[in-house]
Design a protein around this ligand. Sequence first.
Ligand code: CUA
Length: 201
Amino acid sequence: MLTKVHTGLEPVAGTWWHPAHKAEKVWVGIAFAWCLVLFAMMPLWHWKGGQNPSGIRTRVDPRAFYARTTEFVKQYKVGDDKGFPIVQPPAGADVYLTAMTYQWYPILQLQRNVTYRLHLSALDFNHGFSLYPLNVNFQIIPGYDYALEVTPTAAGDFRIICNEFCGIGHHTMVGRVIVLDESGNKVSDRNDVTLRVGGTP
Ligand code: CUA
């Protein structure tokens, strides 16, 4: 007959985890080794994984950033698309792109194999910068100037898609980047689209 029933209300005599079972030790060992692997993945992915570059983030007043964008538009505007400005900055210029509900302002016209410093920020809400068809995904947060050194390596007419839900018109938030070839033509070599992004501008 069973006289002593362990209910869980009374503690087990002694230190129950001593000695640890062999299987227990093996699992702790595996978990610890895996933790180290995951920990090493963070810097490894940053340097070797082709991950989004960290760029430079500086604090900026959203209205000041927008004012800087409109100034940039005034300075380098070369035309318009249905009233929306097309801006062509010179090589090495600071390029400003403001995300706002529900547009990317302005349309950028860049040159292939020329390096620019692209400043991204948002005026109102959190938006997502995705340059179709590249695998680029940046969070655009109001109050932060996200500067990236970019070198378009393919000519064509590209679309910027907002990939962070920002409101009722989120799906209509599509911007445009035109990349001209060396002779200033709008030829498309979209099959071989890459964009070198990275480094410290
Ligand atoms: Cu902007 Cu979604």
